[in-house]
Structures are given as structure tokens and as C-alpha cells.
Design a protein around this ligand. Structure first.
Ligand code: 6PG
Length: 236
């Protein structure tokens, strides 16, 4: 896992936006398109805002997905879809057909089946969810996407997408839909964005290599796993 530490949240967001743009350009040049799975939560929103303002981003060749979603309506403040598209703009250059949300307005079970079906259609040639880049945040308990310590989605090797019961100790306490760990690990690259002093303890555990049971410690993408931190999250 490659780790980079940035001075503050804004520097982290700028570096993350540059990383994503580089990944997009490489994917478009090498494979004709860029499939990006967005992270939920609040950390990546400034990164999305910066990306949405970048006229040089290859939006026309970018396909947007999500790593997880809360089972709420798209206009609910807890919606990852609503928060990300709000932060992105979304850019006029991003075709509506390139946006592939998880339908949080459905039940977790129905939304998981619906999203898996659409992912399998998009990745029909490869037979696996080979995202060019998957973005993730990190929960204080070490969860990524909506894969919590006791989630069946951690052990899944068949299901691409799993319904998740409302978590107990993690806000918002609503049912969710998440890519399984196996699906996340099909990505070419994973970029983990972590900011703030509240995450310093879990970041230290993750970096120690002494907490193999943390969901984040089980990330094994096909290519590079990159951890971007600000100084507060790095405990500096
Ligand atoms: C979610 C996210 C979740 C998030 C972490 C960090 O739907 O809640 O996918 O995995 O990335 O909980 O959240 P913050 O960035 O808000 O700290």
C-alpha cells in the first residue's frame, strides 16, 4: 500500500483530484473509457467539487458508479448519490447515461439485485467488475464502503453487490447496499481518502499491519492500493 500525506484537507482533495484525472486519462488512452466507483461519506466531496470544475476531465468517456449507497431517496441528505452529484455539479460534459447510481429508493435486497444486474451488463465482456478506479473512504472502525467488521459481504466470492442491514454503531443507521469486498478487489486501482484527527487511530492500526481483520486491511485490488491522508489523519 502506497501512502502519501498532505498538509490539510484541501491539499488532500487537490492531490486526489489530480490522481483521479491521471487515472482517467490513462484508462481512456489505453482502453477507450474510464470506469470510476465513487466513495460515499463526506471526505471525498471536496475532491468531487474540484473534479466537477475541471474542464479538462474526460467526462464524455467516464462511467460513474458508486461503491455503496444508503437506502434512502436520492434527494435525502444521507444519499451518497445525491451528495456526490451535488458536489460534482454534475458537469454538463457528463452524459446522464454515464451515471449509474445504486437505487437507494428500493429495498436493500432489490437495490442490490438491480445494481448487480446493471454492473454485469456493463462489464459483460470481462465477467467481473473491473473498475479502473475505486474510491473509498475509511470509517473510524475500519469499514470501507458499507462493509463493516461483521458484514457477510467481506467473505462473498460470488455476489458482486450485497444488501447490508442498518449498522449499529455507524451513522446513518439505515440499510445499505455495498459492493462486496471481492468486487472492490476486482478494481485496477483503489484510492483510499482519509482526513481528520478522528481517523488517526484507525489509520495507525491499518498502517501497522497488525489489524488484519479491519475491512480496509483486506483490500487487495488487482493493481495499486493507494492511501491518501492529511496530516491530522496521519497523526502527524
Ligand atoms: C458510506 C461510505 C463510508 C464512508 C466512511 C467514511 O456510505 O458511509 O461509503 O464507507 O466512506 O464511513 O465516511 P466520512 O468520509 O464521512 O468520514
Amino acid at each position: 500500500m502506497r501512502v502519501e500525506v498532505f498538509a490539510d484537507h484541501e491539499a488532500l482533495a487537490q492531490a486526489a483530484a489530480a490522481f483521479i484525472k491521471d487515472a482517467a486519462r490513462e484508462a481512456v488512452e489505453a482502453r477507450g473509457g474510464f470506469s470510476l466507483a465513487l466513495a460515499g461519506g463526506s471526505t471525498p466531496l471536496e475532491t468531487y467539487r474540484l473534479l466537477g470544475l475541471d474542464p479538462g476531465f474526460p467526462w464524455g468517456d467516464t462511467q460513474l458508479f458508486w461503491g455503496d449507497e444508503r437506502c434512502v431517496s436520492p434527494d435525502h441528505p444521507d444519499s451518497n448519490r445525491g451528495a456526490a452529484l451535488g458536489a460534482l455539479g454534475p458537469p454538463e460534459a457528463l452524459p446522464q447515461d454515464n451515471i449509474h447510481p445504486i437505487r437507494g429508493q428500493l429495498s436493500a435486497q432489490e437495490a442490490a439485485q438491480d445494481y448487480a444486474w446493471r454492473l454485469k451488463g456493463f462489464f459483460v465482456d470481462l465477467g467481473r467488475p473491473a473498475f479502473d478506479l475505486a474510491l473509498l473512504g475509511l470509517g473510524p472502525d475500519g469499514h470501507v464502503a458499507s462493509l463493516f467488521a461483521d458484514s457477510p459481504g467481506l467473505a462473498e466470492t460470488d455476489a458482486w453487490v450485497v444488501p447490508v442491514a442498518a449498522p449499529v454503531g455507524v451513522e446513518p443507521k439505515v440499510p445499505r447496499v455495498s459492493l462486496s469486498l471481492w468486487a472492490i478487489n476486482q478494481a485496477r486501482q483503489v484510492l483510499l481518502l482519509v482526513s481528520g484527527a478522528a481517523k488517526a487511530p484507525v489509520v495507525a492500526r491499518l498502517r501497522s499491519g497488525q489489524a488484519p481483520d479491519l475491512p480496509a486491511a483486506r483490500l487487495r485490488p488487482q493493481g495499486e492500493l493507494v492511501l491518501y491522508l492529511d496530516r491530522d489523519a496521519a497523526g502527524d
